[in-house]
Design a protein around this ligand. Structure first.
Ligand code: FAD
Ligand code: NAP
Length: 337
């Protein structure tokens, strides 16, 4: 196990931000993780766990130890007639894990195709896309308590999943290292085509779609709409879609009738943050080397050489404009360090 000193974080974040960590180590086994955390020097440093760095903004150098979770491993068990339990090591690349399940006709993850990052980070924000969320097929996870070095099993309720949220983004933030994640998938899958536009595009390919067709269409839409971090640095959606009460929606609608929103239940709805940012005239807006993406305003981008501080300043500008116009405070989805 090689602990690097003054390590550049450029290869470890999809925003393409240049920052450094005092120490950085890639851990490939549980034993290595426990060894580094038990070390009388490294174990005393502030620790930051990362996977693929696709949901992170580094705004300064990290004075401590960054642990890159690289544990591999995929396992499948038949648990019932139509069900399999799929378990992935924290370091498994998420897109490949989904492809493996789709190829084997284990249904449930296909709408989450091509989300960047590692499996271990999936539960942190209960990753979601195209009408599905990780929690829909989640069974349990194992995680290492960073203070006691004991391994604990978390079932679904204990993870307290919400919209782009979990206990690991709140009370247990940076307190547990997720080691593996298990999902219950279906060998006789039911398709989820509820997301607007998905059904039409899938049915334009075939009249009797399979999960393979759904995965292909989701990938096609994503490639068409979202900036590729290899070409333009970004971390996906920078902000969450704000959840507000129906009364607040009615109040906003008195002034802005065409605001885009989605119902959650009788009392709450989700406003389109992208629509609000665009309506503030900020689509494609640039602040130094940082910018609001020209097609998807929820995504902030690094046009090259942007610093993390510059991206953070841009996010402040966006939040101010949206608040002044709609009295809605946008909340960051990504993790800022
Ligand atoms: P990182 O960015 O490395 O880490 C994210 C957070 O989790 C950090 O706080 C980190 O400390 C913590 N963490 C990471 N691994 C562990 C672990 N093993 N144990 C404990 N803590 C850990 N997200 C969606 O939900 N839906 C999308 O459709 C989506 N699309 C995206 C598209 C693009 C182009 C990009 C760049 C990002 C997108 N994202 C999306 C965001 C991102 O891909 C996901 O949040 C992903 O799960 C992050 O994985 P990661 O391994 O890169 O995590
Ligand atoms: P899109 O389809 O143009 O939709 C824009 C936003 O509107 C999304 O954030 C989505 O909310 C919401 N939305 C659209 N149709 C909806 C419906 N029928 N019901 C409820 N909400 C609806 O956006 P896109 O950028 O191309 O993204 C497509 C999907 O991939 C979305 O699910 C999005 O969340 C996901 N995605 C996520 C990230 C990320 O970093 N988190 C990045 C890219 C894409 P939701 O976000 O709640 O789905």
């Amino acid at each position: 196990m090689l602990v690097k000193r003054n390590a550049s974080l450029l290869p470890y974040n999809t925003f393409g931000i240049e920052a450094s960590a005092s120490y950085l180590v890639e851990v490939h086994t549980e034993k290595d993780l426990i060894a580094v955390l038990s070390d009388s020097f490294y174990g005393q440093l502030p620790v930051l766990l990362i996977g693929g760095g696709s949901n992170i903004l580094f705004t300064k150098n990290f004075d401590g130890l960054i642990i890159v979770m690289c544990m591999l491993g995929q396992k499948i068990e038949h648990i019932a007639n139509d069900q399999v339990l799929v378990t992935a090591g924290a370091g498994e690349p998420w897109p490949e894990l989904v492809d493996w399940c789709v190829e084997n006709n284990w249904g449930g993850l296909e709408n989450l195709s091509l989300i960047p990052g590692k499996a271990g980070a999936g539960p942190i924000q209960n990753i979601g896309a195209y009408g599905s969320e990780l929690k829909d097929v989640f069974s349990h996870l194992y995680a290492l308590d960073l203070s006691t070095l004991e391994i604990k099993k978390f079932d679904k309720d204990e993870c307290r999943f919400g919209y782009r949220d979990s206990i690991f983004k709140n009370e247990l933030k940076q307190k547990f290292a997720i080691l593996s994640v298990s999902f219950i998938l279906n060998t006789k899958p039911t398709l989820n085509l509820s997301y607007s536009g998905l059904k039409d595009e899938v049915l334009s390919v075939t009249n009797s779609p399979s999960i393979q067709d759904v995965a292909e269409v989701v990938k096609k839409i994503r490639r068409r709409k979202l900036p590729d971090p290899l070409e333009t640095g970004n971390a996906g959606s920078f902000f969450k879609n704000p959840v507000v009460g129906i009364e607040q929606l009615q109040h906003i609608k008195m002034q802005y009738q065409d605001i885009v929103w989605y119902p959650i239940d009788e009392s709450y709805c989700k406003l389109s943050a992208a629509w609000m940012i665009e309506s503030c005239g900020l689509k494609g807006y640039q602040h130094g080397h940082a910018g609001v993406h020209r097609n998807q305003p929820l995504v902030l981008v690094n046009h090259g050489n942007a610093s993390g501080a510059e991206i953070l300043e841009l996010s402040g500008i966006v939040k101010r404009h949206v608040y002044h116009k709609f009295h809605v405070l946008l909340e960051e989805e990504i993790n800022i360090y």
